[in-house]
Write a protein that binds this ligand. Structure first.
Ligand code: AMP
Length: 188
């Protein structure tokens, strides 16, 4: 089984690269942001709760995210593995995820960190707002809040995995196919 985390700030290109790597290795793409948006579209109770955080650029509570991730993993018992895209986003999520993986007899292979500087991220998020009509990318103060949340709550997760010897840094600027090659090389 190949289990990877795609780590990086909003707009770093995690989703784009995760889709390509999933295709190459026949993995399940588990994007917590995509699952939450689907729940919002279906107007489920969880979707309505999540929307109140997402529209402000805040993180959705850890317990909601963890239950959701566990359910998706359990619904694919015969998979070749997963790419976790946009998860874990806090230290408590990372700690609980380690316990969840151990209980499910699964192991994490690598954490791919896509690195992009802040100015480039803001430009990409503004463009995405126009293309995908995402409310959380639609206004500069929400975009900035997403980046603040990343710096304060998510960036420390890098060190957590670096201490486990699992962090692989990949420069996320340039041509999508070139970045893809570097991502594939980084997988051990
Ligand atoms: P994304 O599509 O990954 O950028 O996620 C969009 C939004 O969904 C984020 O700004 C958060 O509000 C929420 N979200 C997605 N994944 C998580 C997570 N692992 N923990 C908390 N909130 C999340």
């Amino acid at each position: 089984m190949l289990n990877l985390i795609f780590f990086g700030a909003p707009g770093a290109g995690k989703g784009t690269q995760a889709k390509k790597v999933c295709e190459k290795f026949n993995l399940i793409h588990l994007s917590t942001g995509d699952i939450l948006r689907a729940k919002i579209a279906d107007k489920t109770e969880m979707g309505i709760l999540a929307k109140s955080y997402m529209d402000k650029g805040e993180l959705v509570p850890d317990d909601v995210i963890l239950k959701m991730v566990e359910n998706v993993i359990k619904s694919h018992p015969k998979s070749n593995g997963f790419i976790f895209d946009g998860f874990p986003r806090t230290i408590p999520q990372a700690e609980a995820f380690d316990i969840m993986l151990a209980n499910l007899n699964m192991a994490l292979s690598d954490v791919i960190h896509l690195k992009v500087d802040k100015d480039e991220l803001i430009e990409r998020l503004k463009k995405r707002a126009e293309l995908e009509n995402r409310k959380d990318d639609s206004n500069i103060s929400i975009i900035e809040n997403r980046i603040v949340q990343y710096i304060e709550k998510t960036a420390p997760v890098k060190e957590y995995y670096s201490n486990q010897g699992k962090l692989r840094k990949v420069e996320g600027i340039g041509d999508v196919d070139e970045i893809f090659e570097k991502v594939v090389e980084a997988i051990s």
